[in-house]
Design a protein around this ligand. Structure first.
Ligand code: NAP
Length: 294
């Protein structure tokens, strides 16, 4: 599988990663199969978070013995264990909370270090005046994390775009990687991903096969956007959408979550087909712009 240079981190990452959030919805037996299938298929980047249910535990339980085969990304700031039924904040931006998170994550993941440690969903202003960054540096010096990063943005153009632009300010140059939403269906970050890569930031992409409207399947979304004729024979909508993201030269790893073993295989086949042909990509963007009224 293609590997791309992950910014200035010195790491090479597979173009397809595994997003382990979906492990919230599976039992132990299925989690063991999915995680090992991802590694067996050649995927070497796994993303999780303390607040994805048992996801970190499953990784520790089922693939820690293969630790040298994967780059492990998790997150911090998560208010776990979350007091159920309360209206407590989902995230807490203090050094004390981050210290709690890393010790807890390392125990659950059965490892001594995390490769990429990401702020989970904060806006730049949430971190202003806190000891978060200084604590991240300390924990990095202790060798518990290798690279510090930020994970942000939802599908919303309004908030996701503003958040990503905020983190491109030189004040945040300490972040070595950024996780951001980008897909054919949600393109607000297309230019900012280019700028991030130019600054030497590793780019982690999510949302490639995520439905924006939960009531519309990926197949129907492609039809509505007039993309079907651009698909190669036998190519599913998910595969086309994945190849669309592979076609962005500054995308480094695309973390796709799935609870389905067949979908892992399908996604691997898609990325191994490479980027979309140049003329197809141009036409797809034209049609997406038309659908959006641009
Ligand atoms: N703020 C944050 O930091 C944040 C927020 C959300 C997510 N994340 C991370 O990003 C990762 C990716 O998240 P995401 O938003 O891209 O989506 P996701 O929540 O991982 O879900 C991906 C969706 O795509 C579907 N899918 C995958 N392969 C497919 C295929 N070949 N055909 C049809 N459907 C397919 C999956 O369904 P099936 O299970 O049926 O395959 C699933 O519904 C997460 O796992 C998590 O690690 C981070």
């Amino acid at each position: 599988m293609e590997k791309r240079c992950f910014g200035k981190t010195g790491l090479d990452v597979t173009i397809l990663g595994y997003g382990a959030m979906e492990l919230r919805h599976v039992d132990e037996a299925q989690a063991e199969k999915l995680l090992n299938a991802a590694l067996d298929a050649g995927i070497t980047f796994i993303d999780t978070a303390p607040d994805y249910g048992p996801s970190e535990d499953y990784i520790g339980q089922f693939i820690a013995h293969r630790r040298n085969e994967y780059i492990l990304a998790t997150k911090c700031g998560c208010n776990i264990p979350y007091p159920s039924g309360s209206d407590a904040p989902r995230h807490i931006w203090t050094g004390v909370q981050l210290r709690h998170n890393i010790e807890h994550s390392l125990r659950r993941l059965c490892t001594d270090y995390v490769d990429v440690w990401q702020i989970h969903s904060a806006y730049p202003q949430d971190l202003a005046g806190t000891d978060v960054l200084e604590t991240m540096f300390k924990i990095q010096e202790e060798g518990k994390v290798r690279h510090i990063a930020v994970s942000m943005g939802g599908a919303s153009e309004k908030y996701g775009y503003v958040q990503m632009r905020g983190y491109l300010d030189p004040v945040w140059d300490a972040f070595e990687a950024m996780q951001v939403w980008y897909s054919a269906l949600v393109r607000y970050s297309e230019q900012a991903i280019r700028e991030a890569a130019r600054k030497g930031i590793g780019t982690i992409i999510r949302g490639a096969t995520r439905r924006v409207d939960p009531w519309t399947s990926l197949e129907d979304a492609c039809t509505q956007l007039n993309l079907d004729a651009l698909r190669a024979p036998g190519e599913s909508a998910a595969q086309f959408l994945l190849r669309f993201v592979v076609s962005h030269p500054d995308v480094h790893t695309i973390i796709v979550g799935t609870k389905n073993l067949d979908h892992i295989a399908e996604n691997v086949t898609a990325v191994e087909s490479g980027p979309l042909p140049a003329d197809v990509l141009v036409e797809a963007k034209k049609r997406l712009d038309v659908a959006k009224g641009e």
